[in-house]
Design a binder for this molecule. Structure first.
Ligand code: ADP
Ligand code: MG
Length: 351
């Protein structure tokens, strides 16, 4: 009977609401690493270290040398809907930081054993905040740490067994982390970074100051064959800039595994943009083969809506059609030129 549908309505306890929100943002260890790296970059860090144990299932530690968090703000930092990055609707319509939802730390800490150690640049020493899922937060204690922040996430999903079941082997989880870190390393040549798995250094890149250093970094991340067989490009029209590297048509792949696109420094998986690049290569690539590229789109913040997807992988452009055409035309102009002829734009990187 309809009576069985008559249940009391009650507000969810905070920790349960956080765990539900975590379902959207924290899919696997790599999503934790993504959120922590975004926070580190938003804090102005130019050196970030990432330590992973057992594919991140046991421990994920991200250490940065950014601005740190004031002691009085530490509890807020781990609370849901608390952010320093936007304050009103106008801010939301022109987000310039990687984060803005104020949810990541609350979500992550609700499904892990979590430690935040941080030293604000104006504080005399560091402080430490420890929490374990729904058991709540312990008192903040003094700690030793240079200016910056260290976040340690242990035993991910220890209190949400249904989610833990979906974790794959540490090797698979680590491969997702490695790919993510690689993308962040590609997106921010100005930041030095180190990735360590089970005590061995997997990737390490230095901040780049000149073209030859950039080339070294690109070789490490994209492989020497790509760096030796790509055009560099830099186009600007109206407010939009498209720069980066596109592989020679002869350097093509069976998969779409070497396609990297960033919008205002943000990693995106955007079908519109990747389709535009695919179309640009249409006349010069065999059917079924895929181009390799590393492209950066810079566009005024108010022209792109980043609040489309909880993990922020998707974006929406105010003038999508125009962006699409600009990408397709620009890339096409470069990749349909014969290699090595006259002013072929590959020269900056290839000599
Ligand atoms: P969001 O990044 O969307 O603001 P988070 O939950 O990821 O939400 O972080 C909450 C707040 O904590 C941030 O707005 C920021 O002020 C602070 N914070 C988080 N991580 C760091 C960090 N590594 N360095 C400095 N501040 C941080
Ligand atoms: Mg964040």
């Amino acid at each position: 009977s309809s009576r069985s549908f008559d249940r009391e309505i009650a507000l969810l306890p905070n920790h349960l609401a956080d765990q539900i929100a975590a379902g959207e943002v924290v899919e696997r260890p790599a999503s934790v690493v993504k959120e922590l790296l975004e926070n580190a970059l938003d804090s102005g860090a130019d050196h970030i270290e990432i330590y992973i144990e057992e594919g991140g299932e046991k421990r994920i530690t991200v250490v940065d040398n950014g601005c740190g968090i004031r002691k009085e703000q530490m509890v807020l930092a781990v609370s849901r809907h608390a952010t320093s990055k936007i304050a009103n609707y106008e801010d939301l319509s022109a987000v310039s930081t990687l984060g803005f939802r104020g949810e990541a730390l609350a979500s992550i800490s609700s499904v892990s054993r979590f430690t935040l150690t941080t030293c604000h640049y104006q504080d005399k020493h560091a402080w430490k905040l420890v929490g374990e899922g729904e058991s709540g937060w312990q008192d903040i204690q003094p700690a030793a740490h240079p200016v910056g922040t260290c976040i340690e996430v242990c035993d991910l999903f220890f209190n949400t067994p249904a989610r833990k079941k979906f974790l794959r082997t540490p090797r698979t989880e680590f491969s997702h982390i490695d790919e993510l870190v690689k993308r962040v390393m590609l997106s921010r040549p100005d930041v030095s970074m180190k990735l360590v798995h089970n005590n061995s250094v997997v990737r390490q890149v230095q901040a780049v100051e000149d073209l030859s250093a950039l080339k070294v970094r690109l070789k490490h991340l994209m492989g020497a064959p790509f760096v030796e067989q790509c055009f560099d490009m830099d186009f600007e029209a109206q407010d939009i800039r498209l720069s980066g590297w596109v592989g020679y048509p002869t350097f093509n792949r069976a998969q779409t595994d070497m396609q990297y696109l960033f919008v205002n420094g943000r990693i995106v998986r955007d079908r519109l943009l990747s389709h535009a690049v695919k179309q640009a290569y249409a006349d010069v690539l065999y059917h079924g083969r895929h181009p390799a590229y590393l492209l950066f789109v810079e566009i005024p913040f108010e022209m792109v809506d980043v609040n489309v997807h909880p993990a922020k992988y998707e974006v929406r452009f105010a003038n999508g059609r125009w962006v699409y055409d600009f990408l397709r035309r620009s890339v096409r102009e470069i990749v349909t030129k014969p290699v090595g002829v006259g002013n072929a734009p590959g020269k900056a990187l290839n000599v």
